[in-house]
Design a protein around this ligand. Sequence first.
Ligand code: NCD
Ligand code: ZN
Ligand code: ZN
Length: 345
Amino acid sequence: MIVQLPGLIDIHVHLREPGATHKEDFLTGSSAAIAGGFTYILDMPNNPIPTFSIEALEQKVSLSKEKARCDIGFHYGTDGNNLDTFPQAWNDSAVFGLKIYCNETTGKYVVTEEELLDRIFAAWRSLKPILVHAEGNMLPKMLFLARKHQRRIHVCHVATAEDVQIIQKEKAIYDQITCGVCPHHLFLTTDDESRLSGFFRVKPPIGNQDDQDALWEGIHDGTIDIVESDHAPHTKEEKTVAEPAYGMPGLETTLGLLLRAVHDKRLPMKIVLALLYDRPKRIFSVPDQKDTYVTCDPDEPYRIGEDGYFTKCQWSPFDGWEAYGKVRRVVFRGATIYQDGRFLI
Ligand code: NCD
Ligand code: ZN
Ligand code: ZN
């Protein structure tokens, strides 16, 4: 049966424009979003020229307005040298949060120095969340700073059983914490490494079965608030060298994988909508999108990649997997813009 879903929201994508448009750009990235059922996406700041200045932000806003097929908002970023620009950033309606990288990943904008992190948390005097890439011992440090400064914090891509436990404990004493999990951490384990080779490489690294089980448990007990794709496209060449780039695409596969979990009775449909719409909308204050919706048949199986991909990188770690509920139609502000694998605009 064809059902109608709201236009979904992905709060964690890397569309690579400007600076790395050989991997993705606003047109290909937003096309992948629409084909995957997402009509509002939030783009991360770790471009070659990072979104650490108002000029860089304005450039992204204008390029995306020119080229994108869906709505795109932005997370501002920091290396600790742009604190004076924070008020202008949080007052900008295109900005939805502040991203801090505490561990090595694509872009190398890592901040680990505690005194500097403290100043960053103090300076972001906004209700817009601080998003953190915080693995290992950086996670407790960031949760501590959020509570100390009474800031809202969103922990990106939770990937280990230990981190789920840390977040669950901290949520009990401070209620301004939210977190997200990625489809690749929910559906892959270290058992997939030899098959996927460089395409398996992502930060945080994919864990073992116990980690994966804890993430599913966290979804069911409410510790995990949302699913974010962390759509991080890199070319096939960049994934097959000696030191492959970190990251994998996800915009076109997230919904189909979660609907497969619904089909397998591992997840109620209501939770899928909470993970991909209600909670991202509430946590990041994403504006309403009038007359915008997506249709699909959640009982209909398909093979991931059978019609190709819109992402410029042209691959998926889930290629050939069975998924459910391929997006049939996307209506964006009253107009059908996508139907049965084709864009009408
Ligand atoms: C992301 C990227 O490529 O921009 N890579 C990744 O492995 N997740 C950066 C990030 O989200 O850490
Ligand atoms: Zn990250
Ligand atoms: Zn990311």
